[in-house]
Design a protein. Structure first.
Length: 194
């Protein structure tokens, strides 16, 4: 009698053969570092694109802010003729009188003259109710400050992102030497931290 465990009529056609391609196998087993570098490169490109997009948005918002500020600070046509420069021709020289209140003389470093700003006097509550234009300007100033703060925060985030990218670029893989205690496998030579 034949053993019962054996499958009847096994045929070479029903058997499955697995064949390995040595080159593909070697590429897979030795390509971990290469694939890791590809992932890092792809992530770096994505971060750079994100940074560029963020900067574009910041520049666009700045332009819009400057446009709105220019529109708000524009001089009405009714009084524009009063602010036009006046030229006086004298015997020895020519004098031109213009309004320079809109010119920012302080500059980036703050060493030059600044804009003349008068101290605001406190109004009584009755006067505040009668002057709605001042409330409107206060709201505009408040909105402008909020918008500028948001813009500063976005610029700060973009700069932080750029610094992280630079830090990742500087970081390189340095193989550890045999004298490095972290690279040793035996724990006998490691020192205990107190």
């Amino acid at each position: 009698m034949a053993p019962r465990n054996k499958a009847p009529n096994t045929n070479r056609k029903t058997k499955v053969f697995i064949a390995f391609d040595e080159n593909n196998r070697r590429n897979f087993l030795t390509g971990f570092r290469k694939r890791k570098k590809e992932r890092q490169h792809k992530a770096k490109k994505m971060m750079e694109e994100k940074l560029k997009k963020e900067r574009r948005e910041i520049r666009k918002e700045k332009r819009e802010l400057f446009k709105t500020m220019a529109r708000e600070s524009a001089i009405p046509e009714e009084i524009k003729h009063l602010l036009d420069p006046k030229v006086y021709d004298l015997d020895d020289h020519t004098v031109t009188v213009t309004d320079i209140s809109e010119v920012d003389l302080s500059g980036q470093d703050g060493l030059r003259l600044g804009i003349n700003k008068a101290l605001r006097e406190e109004k009584e509550p009755a006067e505040m109710l009668t002057d709605p234009s001042e409330e409107n300007t206060d709201e505009k100033v408040k909105n402008k400050k909020i918008f500028e703060e948001k813009l500063r925060n976005r610029i700060k985030k973009a700069n932080d992102l750029q610094q992280r990218l630079k830090a990742k670029q500087k970081k390189k893989h340095v193989p550890r030497s045999d004298s490095d205690p972290k690279s040793r496998k035996d724990k006998m030579f490691r020192r205990k931290k107190k």
